[in-house]
Write a protein that binds this ligand. Structure first.
Ligand SMILES: [Zn+2]
Length: 290
């Protein structure tokens, strides 16, 4: 189906919609006009999911990428890597699995610095890793990264030199090009960026600004994907964090859902993280007669 819808979905960990004060919300800093422009049209999405306590990554991501309220299902917000009970839900309900049932080509664009991209230690399996291993049979490894056919989680590869990577850094724009190429080859492409959450926890303002500077250059280029017909750019997060430098924990702020391009109207009235996966599936459901 050559003319079917293509989606690039950028998942950014720990990115909430904060207040307008640049003193506490670095997203409002004048250094980031592109981020401000993107966020100006964001739809605020609830990440608290009707469960007490601060929202956390494992249940937030599972909710975002399965369409099931995982925090409710588990009875609490669960941080970090999903435990076995949550993995079961992810394996059964994840978006890749559901899209493959609709015969859609989907991929996880992140690279893993490993030799065998089919095995990743159980204790290091994030929600997206579980999805890729179970629904797609593996992840992108060293070979793909070196060929520019994957994007490292840090976008520019700056964290990789301590891990044995001897290649050059890539610019955020170049990494965006790699992601755009992957997006053209698939119906649905997911990329995950989690350094926003790490920076938000770090108490290190320089790291926060460096992290956002990378996104400031990377995201507008990726968002140009939406300028072509039948192309949709999506961005969402799992919970707030980096948008409030007065605390070093997650926040209860709504998270931004950005939808640009074809079928972006499907997303305008969404309320919570659990609504995103059904809306994505709905975008493709109309394609059966194309
Ligand atoms: Zn966190």
């Amino acid at each position: 189906m050559a003319n079917g819808l293509k989606i690039i979905f950028v998942f950014v960990d720990g990115l909430g919609i904060g207040d307008n004060n640049p003193e506490t919300n670095p997203l409002r800093d004048a250094r980031f006009p592109n981020l401000a422009k993107l966020l100006a049209n964001a739809i605020p999405i609830d990440a608290c999911l009707g469960v007490d306590g601060l929202p956390q990554s494992a249940t937030g991501q599972a909710t975002l990428l399965t369409g099931t309220n995982a925090a409710k299902e588990m009875g609490r917000h669960i941080e970090g890597f999903p435990p076995a009970s949550l993995k079961k839900l992810i394996e059964k309900e994840n978006l890749f699995f559901k899209l493959r049932k609709l015969s859609k080509r989907c991929t996880f664009a992140n690279s893993y610095w490993i030799d065998d991209p089919h095995t990743i230690p159980q204790r290091r399996q994030s929600v997206t890793t579980v999805m890729a291993l179970t629904a797609l049979g593996g992840v992108r490894g060293k070979k793909e990264l070196l060929a520019g056919k994957a994007v490292n989680h840090d976008i520019t590869r700056w964290t990789m030199h301590t891990r044995g990577y001897n290649g050059p850094l890539v610019s955020p724009e170049e990494a965006a090009d790699h992601l755009l190429n992957i997006g053209e080859e698939n119906d649905f492409t997911l990329f995950e960026y989690f350094l926003t959450d790490r920076a938000g926890h770090s108490r290190n303002r320089d790291l926060v600004f460096q992290t956002l500077e990378t996104l400031e250059r990377f995201l507008p280029k990726v968002a140009t994907f939406a300028e072509q017909p039948n192309h949709l750019f999506l961005l969402c997060s799992d919970h707030g964090n980096i948008e409030d430098l007065s605390v070093f924990t997650h926040t209860k702020n709504p998270v931004p859902l950005i939808a640009l391009g074809d079928r972006s109207e499907n997303f305008q009235s969404l309320q919570t993280l659990a609504d995103v996966t059904p809306a994505i599936l709905d975008c493709f459901a109309g394609e059966q007669n194309v």
